[in-house]
Design a protein around this ligand. Sequence first.
Ligand code: ADP
Length: 418
Amino acid sequence: MSVQRPKLNAERMARLVEISRVLNATTNLSHLLSRIITEAADLTKAEAASILLLDPKTQQLHFKASSNKVPPEMANMAVSLDDSIAGAILTENKPMYIQDVSKDPRWNQNVDDAIAFRTRSILGVPMHNVAQVPIGVLEALNKVGGGDFSVQDLETLSILADIAGVAVEQARLFTKLEQANAELNELDQLKTDFIAIASHELRTPLSVILGYVSFLRDESGPEMTEQFDNVLQAAVHLRTLIQDMLNLRYVDAGTAMLTRQQVDLVELVQNMNLEQDETAAAKDQTVHVTLHEGRLPVLIDQDMMEVIIGNLLNNAVKFTPKGGQIEVKVQRQGREAWFRIKDSGIGIPEDQLERIFKRFYQVESPLRRQHEGMGLGLSIAKELVELHGGRIWAESSNEHGSEFIIALRLDIPATGLL
Ligand code: ADP
C-alpha cells in the first residue's frame, strides 16, 4: 500500500511558487542563501535555519549561511560527511528529523558554540541540483514554542530545498560567467591598448624612413631608383597597415570621436575619384562608378566614411585578380542611401559572410595567406558604420565575386522628396 503524502495547503503552495520566482531571479549567491534561510525558518516556524554546501573538490560540507550570522571562522569550518548529521542527510540523500540532538552521537557541539545558539532539534533535507545530485543540506532548527516539526514542515522544506538547489547552481554558474566575461574584457582592453601603443610608436620611425628614402632616391643616380622604389613601396605598405591599427582607436572611442554633419553621399563618392584609383590601375582593373541622380544627404563624419569606403575598395582590389571589374553604385533605397561595391574577385564562402566582420578574422588561414593585411579593415568599417546608425553586410557567390553594401538613413524630413 502506498503512503499518501500530505498535501500542502494552498497558502504554502502559493508562497513556494512566489519564493521560486524570487530565488530564480536572484543571481548573487550570498543574497540567495540568506533569502533561502529566512524563508526556510519562516515557512517551518523554526527558530533558525542553516545551509551547508558541498565543496565538489574536498567533498566536505561548509556552512554558507545561517539565521544567526555565520562568523567567518565557521564558514571555513569543514563538516565531514562521515560523522555529522548534515553529512548523513547528504550521503543517504534523504530527509532526517532529529528530535533531540543531545542524544545523537553525530551532533557537533562546536557549531552551537560558534554561533551562540542552542540547538535542540534539527529537521534537515538534502538540496539537489537540476540533475538531482545532492549539493548541500538545508536545516530548520528548533520549532518555535518547543513543539515538534510536522510532516507538512518536512514536505515544505524539501520543496524549498530543491528550488534552492537549482537556484544555487544557477547563481554559481552566473558568477563563473561574470568572471569569465570580466577576464575577456580585460584581455580585450590589453589587446586594444597594445595596438594603440604599438601603432603610435611605429609611426614615428616609419616617417623617418619614408622621409630619408624619398630624399636618397632623389639624390642618387638612376641606377638606384628601382631599389629605392622597392623600399618606398614597402614603407608605404607598412604605413597603410599602421593606419588600420590607428583607425581602431576611433572605433574604440565610440561616438565621442564622430563629427557628424550633413553630407551628400553622391558628392562624397564623386570627389573620392574611385575610377582613378592607383592600386586598381596597377592591377589593370577597371572601377566603374554609377551615381544616383540628385542629392542623397546623410548625417555622417566625412573622414570616417572615406576610411570605410577606402577599406572596401582596398579589399575589392586585393581580392580581385588582374584585369578584373569593380562596380561602385550609390543609390536611393526607400528612406536610405545605399553604397554598393561589387567585384569580380575570389568571392567569400557563404558561411563566412558574417565572420569576416570580426576583428582579425580572415578567410584564408594565416599560414597559407596569399594576400596581405591584418584582418582589421572590415571590422573597422562595420563598427564605424554602426556608430553612424547604419548597416553593412556582404553578399557573395564564389563564382561571381563579392558585394559589400552600406545602408545609411537619409537626412531628410519625413515628407521630404529629393
Ligand atoms: P584584410 O583584408 O586585412 O585581411 P578585412 O577585415 O578587410 O581584413 O577582411 C577580412 C577578410 O574578409 C579578408 O581577409 C578576406 O578573407 C575577406 N574579404 C574581405 N573583402 C573581400 C572581398 N572583396 N573578396 C573576397 N574576400 C574578401
